[in-house]
Design a protein around this ligand. Structure first.
Ligand SMILES: C[S@@+](CC[C@H](N)C(=O)[O-])C[C@H]1O[C@@H](n2cnc3c(N)ncnc32)[C@H](O)[C@@H]1O
Length: 266
């Protein structure tokens, strides 16, 4: 599509800058990429998401314009199209516009959709990957996602089925049959449904489950159980999002690999 034909491009079309779609990682600032840090230090505008950690927001050049993508006047949250429109406008008048997202932008972060809209609007875009929470949170909990004795396959899946209008519906039966480790993003609210689906597909109720909340941050907390027990444990502990769920025998390794000493501070 010619950018001037795109309804998202307003007025005179004179894009000056470039949008960098940057993954901020899961929270520990030591896991942020050098490329991302360099961009924050030189950005004219940074549009950031709620899950970006305060230490990483602290790396933004004080001269930059900082915009919380989740907020707009009246405390309503900004719609996806409004965020894209904002990025297009900012790129028309600024050289370096950073779109900062938690984890990796292309893993359940709508980075693909945002980048597509920007490309269609004729804006230069570059993606800078980040460490995704589905890998980092289990690692910090002492859970390797694959292991020669326990798992040769891993699936990353969203538990947020309400988002089905944006994505194909999750086939839990296929996942139960094909993957030895299942890593679920945004799965807390749908946990009992997901467990029922996996169990009716043949996954034993003894299968270990780990939930990791605020992974890699100082406030990281974990809940360990089985398919049979975890929902009751979540209710009892009032365990809340954001959390990653890991299902599979690799969770057993946490007994040996978990409880690490103080982490090296970046
Ligand atoms: C919209 S998704 C964004 C995922 C992100 N793009 C990534 O790669 O990590 C939000 C979900 O990611 C997971 N998440 C993000 N950061 C997390 C963290 N530090 N600890 C545990 N889960 C996290 C939670 O499941 C949360 O509900």
């Amino acid at each position: 599509m010619n950018p001037t034909d795109n309804p998202m491009v307003s007025g005179n079309y004179t894009p000056l800058g470039k949008v960098y779609l940057v993954g901020a990682g899961p929270g520990d600032p030591g896991l942020f990429t050098l490329k991302g840090k360099g961009l924050l230090e030189h950005a004219d505008v940074v549009v950031y998401d709620a899950l970006v950690s305060p230490q990483i927001l602290g790396m933004i050049n004080p001269q930059s314009e900082k915009i919380d993508a989740g907020k707009r006047r009246g405390n309503h949250s900004r719609l996806q199209e409004e965020t894209t429109q904002l990025l297009i406008e900012k790129a028309q008048t600024n050289a370096i516009v950073v779109r900062l997202k938690g984890g990796d932008p292309f893993v359940f972060g709508r980075g693909g959709e945002e980048m597509e809209d920007l490309v269609r609007a004729g804006i230069s875009v570059e993606v800078v990957p980040g460490v995704t929470s589905g890998i980092a949170a289990p690692a910090y909990a002492g859970i390797p996602l694959t292991h020669r004795l326990y798992s040769s396959s891993v699936t990353f899946v969203t538990g947020h089925e309400a988002a089905g209008k944006y994505r194909p519906k999750v086939n839990w039966t296929a996942i139960a049959h094909s993957s030895e480790t299942i890593v679920i993003y945004m799965g807390l609210h749908n946990l009992s449904y997901i467990i029922a689906e996996l169990n009716s597909a043949g996954l034993s109720l003894d299968t270990p489950v780990a939930l990791i909340r605020w992974g890699t941050r100082p406030e990281q907390s974990e809940l360990i159980g089985t398919l049979a027990t975890i929902v009751t444990q979540v209710e009892a502990a009032q365990f809340e999002a954001p959390a990653i769920a890991v299902i599979g025998n690799v969770v057993k390794l946490r007994d040996i690999l978990g409880n690490r000493e103080e982490s090296f501070e970046f």
